[in-house]
Design a protein around this ligand. Sequence first.
Ligand SMILES: [Zn+2]
Ligand SMILES: [Zn+2]
Length: 271
Amino acid sequence: MKIWDSHMHSSFSGDSESSPLEMITRAKELHLPGITFTDHLDLDYYENPGEFDLDIPKYIEEISELAKKYSDESFQIQCGLELGLQEHLVDKHHELLETYHFQEVIGSIHQVKKEDPYYPAYLKKRTIKSAYRDYFEEVLNNIKAFHEFDTLGHLDYVKRYIIQNAGPEYDYIMSDYQDVIDEILKCLIRYDIALEINTGSIRYGFLDTNPNSEILKRYMELGGQMVSIGADAHKPEHIACGFEAIPSMLKNAGFISYTVFKERKPIEIPL
Ligand SMILES: [Zn+2]
Ligand SMILES: [Zn+2]
């Protein structure tokens, strides 16, 4: 089956050079039912100020024009946002989402106490265990402080950088962080936020999605029902990467559908 790709970037993001039209062309070639652009907005990005700013009016205008031109009954294009969450930005984010209209808003944690775990410096100050725990706690604190978004982006993706910077033996064991992971999952359920299964890790050679199937199963056990799927493409060739394994992964965890957001409302698509 072909899955809607609900997480992708274009040259509107500071870390992508691909035009939205290139992304659309590739998604059409793949016969996906639809795509949602979710370009980055990370206000107060301390590592490199301004890198993840977004010209929102221009972004919405351009994607909307392309959506009018290239959407049809078998292929739809939507304009969403990947919002980098930080606790001190709660009021700004609230105002922003009141002002601008997106189809889907992904909330992602890209900074832990003003540091991006992408950079090796994050690990230099921490043990491996605190590198994981600090990240998960940052996710939890952010959801508690602000939950006006639709999907939690790539929970556990910090492991990508920990493994890249420290070595493959430093994958985490869920039970070591069960308390905080359970609380995160319960918050998602309480606030009607979908859990994203992000396959971006697959193209880096990882076997697991972010989060992995263990967390997905735990989410289901706790009563979670909404799973959004995204490849986090930054180039056309990344679109839908790793999607082949997703239907069986979801079915094994007990899901019979996945979620796509339209007009910020969840739509269930049968598997
Ligand atoms: Zn992200
Ligand atoms: Zn992303």
